[in-house]
Design a protein around this ligand. Structure first.
Ligand code: ATP
Length: 240
């Protein structure tokens, strides 16, 4: 089956700073893949290229088989993104935000109403549809961001450090929700993180370090006998 995301030989520099060098990786359909790297590894730069925030001029990026340069509209339509920074308008209600994003995707209002009910139930926010975003807790806001990213029914969710700034309970809820969405909606997730505890042996794993992919495989196979923490330290040479 065509991978949810296929990246081949992508590089990106900011002037003299080489943020990504010859990055190749594959995210299979219907699974959870962690993009693991310390601060500055290049995770956000990679997401910015996949979402076309930055123009990619090297190698190739394909979302659900659609090449980002040749078929950008189709590729972007298959993609849902949860950014590090907030994408929702804090002064609007959750439902108003989702209606706005549905309209950006050209979804008719009547259909959007049904979809909003559906995604809010799935992220356990059905009761909060009429509340303003700034009345929600940090964890609820993250879940509303995920609902926004799902409204156009993408194949692949990109989540950039989705648990940053959340307390332990909310972190666990957002992670569990993402895993549940994969099981229930058949969506794939690329989960950028620097937190090793968020990764399970059966997850896909991409280790990005100083702009280069050091590993791309099943997490349990990458960690082997040494465990994930020791393997990560051995591979990257980062101090514990
Ligand atoms: N707009 C920019 N201008 C110049 N350099 C940049 C810019 N954005 C990122 N960089 C550099 O590119 C490298 C990769 O940064 P990037 O933000 O992609 O890493 P990251 O893994 O997402 O880190 P973090 O977890 O801190 O967000 C770093 O060396 C960073 O300083």
């Amino acid at each position: 089956m065509t991978p949810a995301l296929q990246i081949s030989d992508v590089s990106h520099s900011f002037g003299p700073v080489e943020a990504l060098r010859n990055v190749s990786l594959s995210v299979p359909r219907g699974g959870f893949t962690a993009l693991l790297g310390v601060n500055g590894a290049g995770k956000t730069t990679l997401f910015s290229l996949i979402t076309r925030l930055y123009n990619n001029t090297s190698g190739s990026i394909a979302v659900a088989g659609y090449d980002l340069r040749r078929q950008p509209a189709q590729a972007l339509a298959r993609l849902g993104v949860v950014f590090q920074s907030r994408a929702l308008d804090a002064d609007l209600t959750v439902a108003q935000n989702l209606m706005y994003h549905a309209s950006l995707h050209g979804i008719p209002r009547a259909e959007a109403r049904g979809r909003i009910g559906d995604v809010l139930r799935q992220v356990d926010l059905a009761e909060r549809a009429g509340d303003r975003v700034n009345a929600l807790s940090g964890g609820q806001q993250r879940r509303a961001e995920i609902a926004r990213a799902l409204i156009h029914r993408p194949d692949l969710l990109l989540l950039d450090e989705a648990t940053v700034g959340l307390d332990v309970k909310s972190r666990a809820e957002v992670l569990a929700l993402t895993r549940r969405l994969i099981a229930e909606r058949g969506v794939s997730a690329l989960w950028a993180t620097h937190i090793l505890d968020e990764i399970q042996p059966d997850d896909g794993l991409v280790i990005l370090h100083k702009g280069q992919v050091l590993e791309n495989g099943r997490a349990g196979d990458v960690s082997g006998e040494r465990g994930l923490t020791q393997s990560f330290l051995d591979l990257t040479g980062v101090a514990a």
